[in-house]
Design a binder for this molecule. Structure first.
Ligand code: ADP
Length: 741
């Protein structure tokens, strides 16, 4: 066969080359790769070198990544690729030698992951394959989710480190890496898939090379050399016949445990009773431990809640004592708290069969201080106690106890105090376990105490603040009250001042008025008295004269003048007295039933009698029978004064009219004249005593009549108003109630 091929090849007249450049993948072991020394090695390399030797052909190997090799190959920088899978499509570009080997692909997965044995199974999975590899191209064309990596090594490592679902690479190459990298968690699937023809390849148009290589390959194929190459690169990878040592190893895996189990069974059988007993004891201990642990946790929980459940620090201490008593015998229990700032040791809680609670004091050299400052728990038996005294570590303070167990209470490594349980009886001894238990709960106790102390402190501060607020508020209120009082006082003083001022002003006005009144009184009285006195004097003189000549007529006339003058003086005196009486409030009202019409007529008649100028008189009334129940004297004074004035201040022959109008509950009186009238100026003084208006001229008067009228009208609970126009006349209109009461 070989001779035939040789003949065939020589007859085809190929132009054989002296040397060829062979491209080999640097990462496709065991076929072709670069070893640690940087040399291209592998099955393909050994094979092509062997062929080269046979053909007397110099083989130059160029290594590189598969992708770079493909590029160089396409650019014809490389004559031959030492390993390329045959495919129909590739034959358009490349010439392939007869396959020098067959390479199968397998799906590699991680151990324990789902096994993937078919193309169907890897659909939708994340697959790694070597970039530009035939399998990569296939998966890509068939829409698998494939990720390309530079080498199968990278694919295996990626998979081993937990990336992607599987790798689809050459089985041999994959196994090579699993072995050499000692990868434990990756393995190929059971079947080999897609067995590929693995050939030498040359670029199309470089035809001479492939026949040469075919020739060389066929030449060495049956030789020992070729077998040695195969043996060298593939024998260790997937040996179906495991070596004897392997069987021994497997056997040992099974036999040793079996033997051990048998021995153990024998031993177990022998010591069954003992073990059962031990187990029971162990279980009991475990149970006790569990119960103890539960108790401890309960205690811890109670302590953690204690700060918020206790009213104050004292009840907290007592509560802590009760919890400790549930854990260890704590008939004698005390709590010492160290005040770092004042360097004082306090004993806020102290329950002891023999000792009294010590007073707060600076630290001494007792067991309490020893634990406090060492920050370590101390279980002190009498022996240790004596030894500590001998060593000068402590002084003996308090009644000697059988056992003394002190645990520091620490907050962030700083001891704030200690708790101590003591025993004075031999029957009660403390153990290391008691110490551990108390140590276990001590930090919770410290925290609870610290929390309560802060809470109390805050409460205290709050209360103090509240008290200060109350005091300050009270102070403010007091000040406010004082200010209010001062203000009121000032107001009162002001008012008093104003009132005094007003009174003074009033007194001044009154004084002024009084002075004016006095001077007016004096001038009027002196005038009104002088005139009648002069009349009397001259009349007496004339009477004397006419008496001598016995002129009776003149005698009588002057006598009449004297009488009138006396009357006028008496009236003036009466008026002054009446004013005095009204001012003193000594006017008596004696009401009586008066027939007004009848009475009015009589008043008019009386006026007429003294009227020298003969006025016309008219009485008008809306009712012929009007009765009034009032004081007759006062009414008389009122009407006489008004009618006299009407007569006095109007010319003779003019009309003087009196209207009496019955108006159900009161009577209206209008005294109307057509005389000189009252000037507007100073009209407000009309009813004042001794006030007379300037237009009166020589008409005599005292200015007392209207003053008396006004006072009497007031006394009789009536009203009086004036309508007057100077030169035209006046109307004095008054009302009086029909029934005075
Ligand atoms: P007298 O008449 O004695 O002066 P009165 O007190 O009766 O005193 O009157 C006070 C003043 O009022 C009078 O002086 C007069 O100026 C004025 N007067 C009072 N009645 C009338 C009146 N009917 N017509 C004009 N003036 C009057």
């Amino acid at each position: 066969m070989l001779i035939f091929i040789l003949l065939l090849s020589s007859s085809n007249l190929y132009s054989f080359k002296d040397s060829i450049v062979v491209g080999a993948d640097n990462n496709y072991p065991p076929y072709e790769y670069v070893n640690e020394k940087g040399e291209p090695v592998g099955y393909n390399i050994d094979l092509i070198k062997a062929i080269g030797e046979e053909l007397n052909l110099r083989v130059i190997i160029k290594s590189g990544t598969w992708s770079t090799l493909r590029l160089a190959f396409d650019r014809m920088e490389i004559d031959v690729l030492s390993g390329m899978f045959f495919s129909k499509s590739r034959t358009d570009y490349y010439d392939f030698s007869i396959p020098h080997s067959f390479v199968s692909y397998s799906i590699f997965t991680r151990k324990g992951d789902e096994k993937l044995n078919s193309f169907e199974a890897i659909k939708g999975k994340r697959i790694i394959a070597q970039k530009d590899d035939i399998m990569y191209e296939y998966l890509l064309q068939n829409n698998y989710s494939v990720i390309g990596v530079d080498s199968p090594k990278e694919a295996i490592i990626s998979l081993a480190t937990g990336n992607y679902d599987c790798a689809f690479i050459s089985r041999t190459v994959g196994l090579y890496y699993i072995n050499t990298l000692n990868i434990q968690n990756v393995l190929p699937n059971d079947s080999m898939m897609l067995t590929q023809k693995y050939c030498f390849a040359s670029k199309k148009g470089n035809k001479d090379i492939i026949p040469q290589l075919n020739e060389g390959f066929l030449f060495i194929k049956d030789k020992e050399k070729f077998k040695a190459i195969e043996e060298k690169w593939f024998s260790k990878l997937e040996s179906k016949n495991k070596p004897f040592s392997e069987y021994v190893r497997i056997a040992l895996y099974f036999l040793i445990p079996i033997a051990l189990i048998i021995v153990l069974l024998i031993l177990w059988t022998l010591s069954l009773k003992k073990q059962v007993r031990k187990s029971v004891i162990k279980l009991e201990i475990e149970l006790k431990d569990k119960q103890k642990a539960e108790e401890l946790h309960k205690a811890l929980f109670k302590i953690s809640e204690s700060a918020s459940n206790s009213e104050d620090l004292n009840s907290l201490y007592s509560y802590i004592h009760s919890i400790v008593n549930e854990l260890v015998p704590a008939n004698n229990f005390y709590l010492a708290i160290y005040d770092h700032n004042r360097d004082i040791l306090e004993f806020p809680y102290f329950v002891d069969e023999y000792d009294q609670a010590p007073a707060s004091r600076p630290p001494r050299r007792g067991l309490t201080e020893f634990v406090l400052f060492s920050g370590k728990p101390l279980l002190c038996s009498p022996e240790i106690f004596l030894q500590m005294i001998e060593e000068g570590k402590i002084d003996s303070i308090g009644a000697p106890s059988v056992d003394w167990l002190g645990i520091p209470l620490k907050i962030e490594e700083k001891a704030i105090g200690i708790i101590v349980v003591q025993s004075y009886t031999e029957g009660v001894r403390f153990t290391k376990s008691d110490e551990e238990i108390l140590l276990f709960v001590s930090s919770q106790i410290a925290m609870a105490i610290e929390r309560k102390r802060s809470e109390q402190e805050i409460k205290g501060l709050n209360a103090e603040l509240e008290q200060r607020v109350i005091e300050r508020t009270q102070q403010l209120e007091d000040t406010l009250e004082e200010l209010r009082f001062e203000n009121m006082e000032r107001k009162r003083t002001q008012e008093a001042l104003e009132q005094a001022q007003a009174e003074i002003e009033l007194a001044l006005i009154q004084e002024k008025e009084l002075n004016e009144l006095k001077s007016r009184f004096i001038s009027i009285v002196s005038h009104e008295y002088r005139t009648p006195l002069t009349v009397i004097l001259s009349s007496t003189y004339l009477i004397e004269k006419f008496f001598e000549i016995n002129n009776k007529e003149e005698f009588a006339k002057h006598l009449k003048n004297i009488q009138l003058s006396v009357k006028s003086m008496t009236k003036l005196l009466d008026d002054v007295l009446t004013i005095g009486k009204t001012e003193a409030g000594k006017v008596n009202v004696v009401p009586s039933e008066i027939d007004l019409i009848k009475y009015s007529k009589s008043v008019i008649e009386d006026i007429k009698l003294t009227d020298k100028h003969e006025h016309l008189y008219e009485l008008y009334t809306n009712n012929q029978h009007i009765a009034i129940y009032t004081d007759l004297n006062l009414l008389n004074k009122i009407l006489v004064n008004l009618l006299s004035n009407a007569v006095k201040y109007s010319s003779g022959g003019s009309l003087v009219r009196l209207e009496i109008i019955d108006k159900d509950t009161f009577i209206e009186f209008n005294v109307i004249d057509h005389g000189i009238g009252i000037p507007n100026q100073e009209r407000e003084h009309l009813f004042e005593s001794y006030h007379r208006f300037k237009n009166v001229g020589a008409i005599s008067g005292t200015g007392l009549g209207l003053s008396i009228v006004k006072r009497f009208v007031d006394i009789l609970k009536g009203t009086i108003t004036v309508y007057s126009e100077e030169g035209k006349g006046s109307t004095f209109s008054l009302t009086l109630p029909k029934e005075f009461s």
